[in-house]
Design a protein around this ligand. Structure first.
Ligand SMILES: [Zn+2]
Length: 435
């Protein structure tokens, strides 16, 4: 089936870089792009009117956790005083006794919600770090149902993190845990790489540079080569010495998740420096909310703050990061661009709104103003998943009700696993007294 999208501004790709085609057209046939340009004379089966809209390659979120529920953001609030700016350990480091009540990750509500949430910000491909851990088969089915393109795998590490009752962090090292985890990740990759009609790409996700032994990391590299998949790991904020040169020379990409660290009062030093060192950059949502358009803006502004220069964080560079950069990270030349033969992964953003005013350069407008609620249509692999800002495959209100119930369960469980044993409102005092 052939579908024609009549823009607006179409972000085409000339083989080397993006270009803006005013009053442009995109035609896709099945799950492939057939035409990008100004005039198309052949018959089509369906037309989508995108006047006043930006017609963009679907965005790529290079650092995302479906396992972090909508409710976890409160525990990541760095204004709380239990354990200053403790990052993920605020919700990922329970007491030993409480460990079994701390992880309420669930496929059907929490993870499904997170994926639909990020999809609605225009993300057509996401790197779901560790999302596949646990109920693997149900997870893959859920990805199939949601319709998003996904790089996934279970995360693994040698360490378990715990807090004692005084709030001291303890690392439990276990070589066998890492080896078993890697084996499960290899099994996942061998079974599911290419699943969901080709939308699933398996990756290996050793947890963090400080939670894996050097031996586990070496085994990961070896296994990745043997089974032909890529590796992603949580790594660096403050590069030292020639760190950036080492990263660039290795050919590794870096996914920058600005919001997570801005919340902690930290900026990466810096998006521009990494790019100028020749490192391929992507942008990730990581925390909550998962709005890649806001993160594009945060990445640009954080780079200006880090560089103390208004010239840093160019709209071109952050837009490249959420499209071509993400595709390169995945080793794909058929994603992140609108070009004949590329996958029909397309995001349409409405720019005809008072919030945008007069539009001259739609990429600047996108970076300055757009948020997920401006995303009108999201198409993945030729399938329309979001139309008029609504996800089509389930009732959003019903899902939200379930998310609220789940969130309250998570908050109620805090005294069972948090080292203080206190209720959520004591660990994270509300902004105002609640009656
Ligand atoms: Zn992460």
């Amino acid at each position: 089936m052939k579908t024609l999208i009549q823009g607006g501004w179409v972000v085409g790709f000339d083989g080397k870089e993006h270009e803006i085609i005013n009053d442009g057209l995109v035609v896709f046939d099945g799950n492939r792009i057939d035409f990008v340009g100004k005039e198309y004379a052949q018959p089509v089966d369906k037309k989508i009117d995108a006047q006043g809209c930006l017609v963009s390659p679907g965005f790529i979120d290079t650092h995302f956790h479906s396992g972090i529920n909508a409710s976890d953001y409160i525990l990541n609030d760095s204004t709380k005083t239990d354990f200053f700016a403790s990052n993920y350990l605020a919700h990922g480091g329970p007491t030993r006794e409480g460990a079994h009540s701390a992880h309420l990750k669930d496929v059907d509500v929490g993870q499904r919600f997170s994926l639909i949430h990020v999809l609605k910000s225009g993300v057509t491909t996401t790197f779901d770090i560790g999302g596949a851990g646990g109920e693997t088969e149900r997870y893959v089915d859920m990805i199939d149902q949601v319709g998003i393109r996904c790089a996934a795998g279970p995360s693994y590490k040698n360490v378990s993190f715990f807090h004692d009752r005084e709030g001291r962090l303890e690392y439990d090292w276990d070589n066998e845990r890492g080896t078993k985890g890697l084996k499960a990740a290899i099994d996942f990759a061998q079974k599911y790489n290419g699943a969901c009609s080709g939308r699933m790409t398996a990756l290996l996700f050793p947890g963090h540079v400080d939670s894996c032994t050097p031996a586990l990391l070496k085994d990961t590299r070896k296994a990745a080569r043997e089974i032909g998949v890529r590796v992603q790991i949580h790594a660096t904020i403050y590069p030292y010495g020639d760190d950036l040169k080492i990263i660039a020379d290795s050919g590794a990409s870096v996914a920058y998740s600005p919001l997570k660290y801005l919340k902690l009062g930290i900026v990466m030093e810096s998006f521009d420096k990494y790019r100028q060192a020749g490192i391929n950059m992507g942008i990730g949502t990581d925390t909550f909310p998962k709005d890649i358009l806001s993160d594009m803006r945060y990445a640009a502004i954080a780079s200006r703050v880090a560089e103390k220069s208004f010239l840093a964080g160019h709209p071109r560079d952050v837009f490249n990061a959420i499209t071509l950069g993400g595709a390169k990270m995945l080793g794909r030349d058929d994603l992140g661009r609108l070009q004949k033969g590329a996958k029909a992964d397309i995001t349409i953003v409405n720019l005809r709104d008072v919030a945008f005013g007069a539009v001259r350069d739609p990429i600047r407008s996108l970076m300055e103003t757009a948020v997920s609620r401006d995303v009108r249509t999201v198409i993945v692999d030729g399938e329309t998943l979001v139309e008029n800002g609504k996800y089509l495959r389930l009732d959003e209100q019903e899902l939200l009700e379930k998310v609220q119930v789940k969130g309250e369960q998570v908050w109620d469980s805090v005294p069972k696993w948090h080292w203080t044993g206190k209720a959520i409102d004591e660990v994270v005092p509300p902004s105002f007294r609640m009656k």
